[in-house]
Design a protein around this ligand. Structure first.
Ligand SMILES: CCCCCCCCCCCCCCCCCCCCCCCC(=O)SCCNC(=O)CCNC(=O)[C@H](O)C(C)(C)COP(=O)(O)OP(=O)(O)OC[C@H]1O[C@@H](n2cnc3c(N)ncnc32)[C@H](O)[C@@H]1OP(=O)(O)O
Ligand SMILES: NC(=O)C1=CN([C@@H]2O[C@H](COP(=O)(O)OP(=O)(O)OC[C@H]3O[C@@H](n4cnc5c(N)ncnc54)[C@H](OP(=O)(O)O)[C@@H]3O)[C@@H](O)[C@H]2O)C=CC1
Length: 515
C-alpha cells in the first residue's frame, strides 16, 4: 500500500490555482491515487463569461480527466469550487465558505500566481506576495491544518549562479513592498521597478522571491514546504505523455517554429535546458505534502525540482530534436517550412530578424493587401519577437541548483511510493520526452488531428516549390538590375554567355564528328 496515497485518503484539501496548468495535473493525480480523499476545495474566479461550475465542468470533462470518472465515480461531489479572487481582500470568499474552509482544511497546495514576465509590479506583488500572506493568515486559523505547500520557482533567485535549497533575503522587506503598493501611484511604481528587481530579469522572479520570504516569516507553528520547479514542461508519463494546455515556457516557441514563423532565436546552444515534466513536479509536491505533515521537519524545507544536475539536456539537443520531430509530425497550415537555427551574437540576431522574420512578413502582408485582405503578419511577427526577447534571459544562461532535500525525500519513500510518486528525473529519456512534447503541442494545444499529417506534408512541399521559384525569380531580377547598371556585371555576363556558347558549339561539333 502506498503511504502517500493512504495519507491523502479522507483528507480535505484546499488548492489555489487549480484551474492552471499544474493545478489541474495535481488534482487529477490526487483523484487517481487517493479516490477516497474527503474533498478538494478549489478557489476559483469566474472568467471569460464562465461561471465557477462551468469551469469545473470543463476541467472534469477534459482529456486530462478522462479516466477519473471510472476511478472516482463521485468526483463531482468531491470537488467543491469556492468563489474567490485572490486580488480581493479576504479573497472575496463568503462568510459561510470561509467558515467551512477554516474548520475543515487539512492540507493546502498554493499554486495560484501570475506567471507573466511583463506584469506590472503592483499586480505581481498583489498575487504572488500579498495573496500568499493572506492565505498564510487564513491557514494560521485552521485547527486541522497538517501541511501548507507553496509552489515557487527555481528562478526566484536567478540572479545567482549556484542556488541552494534556502531562502535568500531581498534588499527590501516584503512587508514594506506590500505597504508601499497601497500608497504609491502607478507612475512611481513603474519608475522604481527596475531598482527593486535589481539584477533579476522581471517582476515575476522578483515577486516569487518575495513570496518565499513571506512564507518563511508568516508560517510560525505551521508545517510548511516550498517547491521550486524549473521550466515546467508537459507530462512525461501520467496520466499520459505530452499533455500541455498553455503557451508558457518553450510551448509558444515550438508552435512558432513548427508553423515556420520563427526561423532563428538567440540562445546559447550549450546552456542547460532545465525542463521538468509537470507530472514530476506534482509527484514531488504530493510527496512533500505527506513528508511535511507526517515528519514535521523543524524548519521550512525547500525542494528543488530541476533536471539539470541529475540528467542535463542542452538547448541544442532540444532544438535539433524538436526540428527532427517536425519532419515526422508536421504542423498544419505552416507559414513557411520549419527550419530554425540559434544565433549567438547581437549582429546575427538583428540580421536574421530582419532577413528571415520581418522581410517575409512584409512580403506576405503585401500579398494580403494585393488580394484585398488586411495585412497582419508583420504585427504578429513583431509581437512574437518582443515576447521571445523576454524569454532570452533564460536560454542564454545555466544555473546549478542543489537538490539535497529532494534526494533526501526520494530516499525516505517506500519502493512503491518511489514508483507511484516518481520524481527521479534520471530515468527521463529526453529524446522520447521532446518528441512527445511536440506531439502534445500539436494534439492538445493546436487541436490538430493526426489524420491531417499527409495534407500538412503536401502543404510543406508546395511551400518548398514556392520557395525555390521565389529564389530563382529573385536571382534573375537582381542579375538583370546589375547587368543594366554595372559594366563589370555586363562583362561577367558576356563571359558566361560566350563560354556557354563555345561549350555548346564544341559539344555539337564533337557529336557530329562521331556520327
Ligand atoms: C539548432 C536548432 C534550433 C531550433 C530552434 C527551434 C526549436 C525551438 C525549441 C527550443 C525552444 C527554446 C525556447 C525556450 C523558452 C524558454 C522559456 C523559459 C521560461 C523560463 C521559465 C521560468 C519558470 C517559471 O517559473 S514561469 C512560468 C512560465 N511563464 C511563462 O513562460 C510566461 C511567459 N509569458 C509571458 O510573460 C507573456 O505571455 C508574454 C509576455 C510572453 C506575452 O504577452 P503578450 O501580451 O504579447 O501576449 P498575451 O496577451 O499574453 O497572449 C497573446 C495571445 O496568446 C494567448 N496566450 C498567451 N499565453 C497563453 C497561455 N499561457 N495559454 C493559452 N493562451 C495564451 C492569449 O490568450 C492571447 O490570445 P488572444 O486570442 O489574442 O486573446
Ligand atoms: N509553468 C511553469 O513553467 C512554472 C510554474 N511555477 C509555479 O507553479 C505555480 C503554478 O503555475 P502554472 O500552473 O504554470 O500557472 P498558470 O498560469 O497555468 O495558473 C495560474 C493559476 O492561478 C490562478 N489565478 C491567477 N490569478 C488569480 C486570482 N486573482 N484569483 C484566483 N486565482 C487566480 C489562475 O486562475 P485562472 O484560471 O482563473 O486564471 C490559475 O488557476 C505558480 O506558482 C508558478 O509560479 C514554477 C516554475 C515554473
Amino acid at each position: 500500500m502506498s503511504m502517500i496515497a493512504a495519507f491523502y485518503g479522507g483528507k480535505s484539501i484546499l488548492i489555489t490555482g487549480a484551474t492552471g496548468f499544474l493545478g489541474k495535473v495535481l488534482m487529477e493525480k490526487l483523484f487517481r491515487t487517493s479516490p477516497d480523499l474527503k474533498i478538494i476545495y478549489i478557489l476559483v474566479r469566474s472568467k471569460a463569461g464562465q461561471t465557477l461550475q462551468q469551469r469545473v465542468f470543463q476541467i472534469l470533462n477534459s482529456k486530462l480527466f478522462e479516466n477519473i470518472k471510472e476511478i472516482c465515480p463521485n468526483v463531482h461531489e468531491k470537488i467543491r469550487p469556492i468563489s474567490a479572487d485572490l486580488n480581493q481582500h479576504d479573497f472575496g470568499i463568503s462568510k459561510e465558505d470561509m467558515e467551512e474552509l477554516l474548520s475543515s482544511t487539512n492540507i493546502i497546495f498554493h499554486c495560484a500566481a501570475t506567471v507573466r514576465f511583463d506584469d506590472p509590479l503592483r499586480h505581481a506583488v498583489q498575487l504572488n506576495v500579498t495573496a500568499t500572506q493572506q492565505l498564510l493568515l487564513m491557514a494560521s486559523q485552521m485547527p486541522k491544518l497538517e501541511a501548507f505547500i507553496h509552489l515557487s520557482t527555481a528562478f526566484s533567485n536567478c540572479n545567482l549562479k549556484h542556488i541552494d535549497e534556502v531562502i535568500y533575503p531581498c534588499s527590501v522587506e516584503p512587508k514594506k513592498i506590500i505597504d508601499s503598493m497601497e500608497w504609491l501611484d502607478d507612475a512611481i511604481i513603474d519608475e522604481i521597478t527596475p531598482k527593486l528587481i535589481g539584477d533579476r530579469p522581471n517582476t515575476y522572479t522578483y515577486t516569487k522571491a518575495l513570496g518565499e520570504i513571506v512564507v518563511q516569516q508568516e508560517s510560525e507553528n505551521m508545517n510548511v514546504a516550498i517547491i521550486r520547479p524549473s521550466i515546467v514542461g508537459p507530462t512525461w508519463q501520467e496520466p499520459f505523455p505530452g499533455w500541455v494546455d498553455n503557451l508558457n515556457g518553450p510551448s509558444g516557441i515550438i508552435i512558432a517554429a513548427g508553423k515556420g514563423f520563427l526561423r532563428s532565436i538567440r540562445a546559447t546552444p550549450t546552456a542547460v535546458a532545465d525542463l521538468i515534466p509537470a507530472d514530476t513536479v506534482v509527484n514531488l509536491t504530493l510527496a512533500a505534502g505527506w513528508y511535511t505533515a507526517v515528519h514535521r521537519p523543524k524548519s521550512t524545507l525547500i525542494y528543488h525540482c530541476t533536471s539539470g544536475n541529475l540528467n542535463p539536456c542542452n538547448w541544442l539537443k532540444m532544438g535539433l530534436h524538436v526540428l527532427a520531430t517536425f519532419e515526422k509530425v508536421p504542423f498544419e497550415k505552416a507559414f513557411r517550412r520549419p527550419n530554425a537555427d540559434f544565433t549567438t551574437t547581437n549582429f546575427t540576431t538583428h540580421y536574421w530578424n530582419a532577413v528571415s522574420h520581418r522581410v517575409p512578413a512584409i512580403i506576405y502582408d503585401c500579398y494580403l493587401r494585393l488580394t484585398g485582405r488586411k495585412p497582419r503578419v508583420l504585427k504578429l511577427m513583431n509581437r512574437l519577437l518582443r515576447n521571445i526577447s523576454m524569454l532570452e534571459y533564460f536560454i542564454n544562461r545555466s544555473w546549478e541548483w542543489s537538490t539535497h532535500n529532494t534526494e533526501m525525500l526520494m530516499s525516505v519513500l517506500s519502493p512503491e511510493d518511489q514508483r507511484i510518486f516518481n520524481f527521479d528525473v534520471r530515468q527521463l529519456n529526453w529524446l522520447e520526452y521532446i518528441e512527445n512534447y511536440v506531439l502534445g503541442v500539436k494534439k492538445y494545444l493546436l487541436k490538430e488531428d493526426m489524420a491531417g499529417i499527409p495534407e500538412a506534408r503536401q502543404h510543406l512541399k508546395r511551400l518548398r516549390n514556392i520557395h525555390y521559384l521565389f529564389n530563382i525569380a529573385l536571382f534573375f531580377i537582381i542579375w538583370r538590375l546589375l547587368v543594366a547598371r554595372w559594366q563589370m556585371a555586363r562583362n561577367v555576363w558576356f563571359f558566361i554567355v560566350s563560354f556557354c556558347y563555345k561549350f555548346l558549339s564544341y559539344f555539337r561539333a564533337s557529336s557530329t564528328l562521331k556520327l
